[in-house]
Each structure stands twice: as structure tokens, then as C-alpha cells.
Design a protein around this ligand. Structure first.
Ligand code: TEU
Length: 555
């Protein structure tokens, strides 16, 4: 067994805007993070993934970058950033930066040049096309943030492609000069000492030549022509050869729409592309007809089916990333657990899943407190461009029922994850002394870091135990995974085996008791409870309480 630091690591994602405000302007910032480094160290995480902190007009909260070499004014200065990096390194933690290179902001200097004339040297840094017959966009692709993925620009009378907002023009990766510019920028940050990158929608960078229409009528999804496109692997191998291979770094690609087969190409050990990817299949178990806003109930069979497929699919080669929420997804306890009566046990049960499947766990800020979704009653309280554009398209311009759309936003909206970190029961949950940029979840008086840290049975303390246990037990990192119960309606159970060491994990995903029936091989063995989310009092070997999680060593 060859030991690898990024397989053993536990990653913690910080969404800086919502983490901690140090100067009272209502927006989280880098000094805010610096003030919480001891908190992160106490939790025990190894790597911080920082959502973008580069200069940005914040059309999409920093995922629209106007200068890759500067820090966003609201977040601080390069000096602050260096202090953050040093503070992490001093504590033995590492820093992953968010690399957003499928697109820039339309306020980036490259784009200002590019749009200025058709023969500007930066013209081909972006994807420009003439309109189709009169005033129609070049093709019918739909933007992830509603409407056409093309915007007409007066200056040169052509359209540019933007898969996300119109303020996020897509870069043209087929241009070798653009690729060199990206590699130089990556080198700049690596030479400053960053420990790796999370690569935003990196599987969208290669578009099918000719940019064909998707279907005949109206807007089409377009993804077959830009997800995992024809040259994406060539570009990533080039990036690896020219940049990444020169450093000991961790890489994780965000890859919506990726299949196991495709993920093996991105993460196969010999392919020299990326180390792992974020797949999305388990995030789609509650979406109907491929539309994220059509909410359908998920089932445990479906969720486990997906997780099992990825566990076995990447068992021999590649490596899994393990996540149940992030800044784009609803809170995991509200989505896959129970954010009412069973909030604490179900948050712990889900945490057990994340730390005992095979792969690298990613914790999203606030998850370690069991933070929950938010339900604003007015659309005015929402800030996310995806939500606001969708509401505008479907309700204001269209004829969708506002009540139904608000319900979908409550369940699926990205702002569920973006309400500020709840640090204490004081004003504004201790997040800011000013006016928070987005409203705070009113449950902060009960759910907050201070309360969680003073309670030995809290979700925070449970995360600490799981993370510490991972450091002491290589079976949690390297052990082979095997599914135990097929298609069970309530329980997900599996083993992890490393040499002689066998761990058995049983997770009750329901709010009723569940009977754990093991086959002869395991029912005859002795077991020792290593971790559990209920007191041992009243424990019955074969009966799991609501949302109970047990991790046994079998012998
Ligand atoms: O997300 C890309 C992505 O595919 C989706 O998760 C997207 O956020 C949306 O929810 C689709 O419904 C990445 C970033 O994580 C996201 O925050 C950015 O908005 C997006 O890319 C553009 O940079």
C-alpha cells in the first residue's frame, strides 16, 4: 500500500463571502478566515479548499474573475492572503485554490481587448461567432443561468459564448496562447506555495468544433457538445505536463455530467490528468426530467445505487471524492437526513458515510454544525444569480406558478448553502457586526459553533472523532469496499477491508427503526463498536434506531 497524502486528507471548503467578516461590511473576508484557523485545526481537517478570492465584480460571487493575480477588494489584500497561507502551513494544513478557467468575467482585461475589434490579438481568447440569419444567436445552446448561452456585442457585431452568466464569457481553449496564459497564472500561484487546485467546470473547456445546435426547436441543453469534449483530455495532459507535474499538489476537477468511464480517464493513475473529480450523479437523484427545479423524491436505493457504482467503478484505478453538499447544493442534512427532530443523529449518520466510504471526504462549511436549508418567503431575499435568473425567466417573463417555484428554490436553491456561518448566539450569529449580505438562518440561536463546541455530543465533536479516527486507521482510507445489503429500503451497509482488518458500517437512512440482517459470514463474527451516533445504552445488535450509524471492527 503506497501512502498518498491527498488520499488520506480531509478537505474543508470555505465560501469566503459567508464564512467570517472581520471588518463589519457584511461580507466575509480573508482576515475573518485567519481568525478562525484555530477552529479549523481543532476540527482536524488537513486541507482548505477556498472558493474564489480573486478580483471579481461578483456577478456570480467570485466565479467571474476580472484579475487572476489580485485579491478581491471586499476580501482583503495579497498580504492578507499570504498571512492565510502561512497560518495554514504553520498549523500543518494545506491550501487548495479554486481555478476558474472555463470562463472569466467580462470585466477581465483579456475580454476588454477581445471585444474591442475582430483583429485584436486577444480576439481568439474567447469564442466569437456571427449571428445566424438576421439576428439569431449562432446556435441554440441554453445557459446554465437561463436563456441563450450567447450574447450579442455591438462593438464588433458578433456574439460571444457564455455557458454561465452573460458576465462570464467562455475562454477558447483551442487557442494555444490562451492555454499558455492559464499555465503561467497557475505557476504564479504554485510558486507562492499553494498546495493544489479545485478546477471549476473543467470538463466544459473543450467544445465540439462547429458548435452544432442541440435538437431542432427552441433552446437545447447543448451539453453533448461541451461536456467532456473532444480535446479536454489533451488539454489536461498538457496542463499536467507543463505545470502540475512540477509540484507535489492535489487536484480535483469539478465535472458535471461525468460518467464512471469518463472519470477513469480524468483520474486514472497512469493518465497524468487529475487526481479526482467531483461527479454529480448522486446530486441528481431528486431531479425530475433532467431539470434541477423539478423536484422528485429520492430513494435510498437510488442514492446507494449511484454511490455503489462509483465505489466499485473506481476501485482499481482513479480515486473518489466524497461530498454531499457544497456552495452549489442544498444542505445535506435537509436533503438526505432530517432537519427537524433527527437533525443531530442524521447529520452524524451522513458524516459517517462521508468518512467511511473509499475516497477523500469534502466537508462544506457549517456541515460540521449540522446547518440546515433556509426558506426565505420573498424572492427579494435571495442573492444567487442562478435563482434570480430562473425566477425572472419562469415567473416574471413566463407563466410558472410563483408558489411552486418558491418551493423548488427552498428545496434546491444554492443560497441554502450560502447563508452565513453560525458562530454563536449573539447578533448576526457572530458572522458580522454590520448588515450581512444575505440574511442569516434564524435557527442560529440553537445551531452555532459555540454551542456545538461546548457539547461533547455535538455534530462538531462527532466530526472531530471521525477525522481523528481516519488518521489512526488506514482501513478507512485504503480498505476495499464491499456492499452488504442489496437494495435495502432503509439501510446502507458495507465493509471496508485492509489485510486482516475488517470494518463493517451500517447506516439507517430512515426515521424509523430498521432491522440489520447480516449474512452468515458476518453474523457469526465478534464485533467491537468503534464509532456510533447513539449512546450504547439501549443498543440492540440487530435493530438500528432512526438514523443510527454504526462502525464496527469485526473479528
Ligand atoms: O458550478 C458548475 C455547475 O455545474 C453547477 O453546480 C452550477 O453551479 C449550477 O448549480 C447548475 O445548476 C461551478 C461553481 O461551483 C458555481 O458556483 C459557479 O456558478 C459555476 O461553476 C460557474 O463558474
Amino acid at each position: 500500500m503506497e501512502r498518498t497524502w491527498w488520499k488520506e486528507a480531509v478537505v474543508y471548503q470555505i465560501y469566503p463571502r459567508s464564512f467570517k467578516d472581520s471588518d463589519g461590511n457584511g461580507v466575509g473576508d480573508i482576515q475573518g478566515i485567519v481568525s478562525k484557523l484555530d477552529y479549523l485545526q481543532e476540527l482536524g481537517v488537513d486541507v482548505i479548499w477556498l472558493s474564489p478570492v480573486y478580483k471579481s465584480p461578483n456577478d456570480d460571487n467570485g466565479y467571474d474573475i476580472s484579475d487572476y493575480f489580485e485579491i478581491m477588494d471586499e476580501f482583503g489584500t495579497m498580504q492578507d492572503w499570504t498571512q492565510l497561507l502561512d497560518g495554514l502551513h504553520e498549523r500543518g494544513m494545506k491550501l487548495l485554490m479554486d481555478l476558474v478557467v472555463n470562463h472569466t468575467s467580462d470585466e477581465h482585461a483579456w475580454f476588454a481587448e477581445s471585444r474591442s475589434s475582430r483583429d485584436n490579438p486577444y480576439r481568439d481568447y474567447y469564442i466569437w461567432r456571427p449571428g445566424k440569419g438576421g439576428n439569431m444567436p449562432p446556435n441554440n445552446w441554453r445557459s446554465f443561468f437561463s436563456g441563450s448561452a450567447w450574447k450579442y456585442d455591438d462593438t464588433t457585431g458578433e456574439y460571444y459564448l457564455h455557458l454561465f452568466s452573460k458576465k462570464q464569457p467562455d475562454l477558447n481553449w483551442d487557442n494555444p496562447k490562451l492555454r499558455q496564459s492559464v499555465y503561467e497564472m497557475m505557476t504564479f500561484w504554485l510558486d507562492k506555495g499553494v498546495d493544489g487546485f479545485r478546477m471549476d467546470v473543467i470538463n466544459l473547456i473543450s467544445k465540439v468544433p462547429g458548435l452544432p445546435d442541440d435538437g431542432e426547436d427552441g433552446l437545447g441543453d447543448g451539453s453533448p457538445y461541451f461536456m467532456n469534449g473532444p480535446y479536454v483530455h489533451d488539454y489536461l495532459r498538457e496542463m499536467n505536463e507543463q505545470v502540475l507535474s512540477k509540484y507535489d499538489v492535489m487536484t480535483v476537477g469539478e465535472t458535471p455530467g461525468v460518467s464512471v468511464e469518463e472519470a477513469l480517464k480524468y483520474t486514472g493513475a497512469d493518465r497524468k490528468e487529475l487526481q479526482m473529480v467531483f461527479q454529480f450523479e448522486h446530486m441528481d437523484v431528486d431531479a425530475g426530467d433532467g431539470d434541477k427545479w423539478t423536484v422528485v423524491p429520492w430513494t435510498l436505493q437510488k442514492l446507494c445505487g449511484v454511490l455503489h457504482k462509483w465505489q466499485t467503478g473506481l476501485a482499481e484505478d482513479g480515486w473518489n471524492s466524497l461530498y454531499l453538499n457544497n456552495h452549489d447544493q442544498p444542505r445535506m442534512v435537509s436533503r438526505f437526513g432530517n432537519d427537524g427532530e433527527y437533525r443531530v443523529p442524521s447529520a452524524k449518520m451522513l458524516a459517517t458515510l462521508l468518512h467511511t466510504l473509499k475516497g477523500t471526504p469534502y466537508i462544506y462549511q457549517g456541515e460540521e454544525l449540522g446547518m440546515t436549508n433556509i426558506q426565505f418567503s420573498s424572492i427579494e431575499d435571495y442573492r444567487d444569480i442562478e435563482i434570480l435568473n430562473m425566477y425572472e425567466e419562469r415567473v416574471t417573463q413566463g407563466n410558472a406558478d410563483p408558489g411552486t417555484i418558491m418551493e423548488a428554490i427552498h428545496v434546491k436553491g444554492r443560497d441554502n448553502a450560502r447563508t452565513p456561518m453560525q458562530w454563536n448566539a449573539g447578533p448576526n450569529a457572530g458572522f458580522t457586526t454590520g448588515m450581512p449580505w444575505i440574511r442569516i438562518n434564524p435557527n442560529y440561536k440553537e445551531i452555532n459553533a459555540e454551542a456545538s463546541m461546548s457539547d461533547p455530543d455535538s455534530v462538531f465533536r462527532y466530526y472531530q472523532r471521525l477525522i481523528a479516527s481516519r488518521k489512526q486507521n488506514p482501513v478507512m482510507v485504503y480498505g476495499d469496499y464491499q456492499l452488504l445489503l442489496q437494495d435495502h429500503e432503509q439501510i446502507y451497509a458495507y465493509t471496508r477491508t485492509l489485510g486482516e482488518v475488517i470494518w463493517l458500517i451500517a447506516l439507517n437512512f430512515s426515521e424509523s427503526a430498521a432491522i440489520l440482517e447480516l449474512d452468515d459470514r458476518y453474523s457469526g463474527m465478534k464485533r467491537e463498536l468503534i464509532i456510533g451516533n447513539y449512546p450504547e445504552d439501549g443498543m440492540e445488535t440487530e435493530r438500528l434506531r432512526p438514523y443510527e450509524a454504526r462502525v464496527y471492527r469485526m473479528f
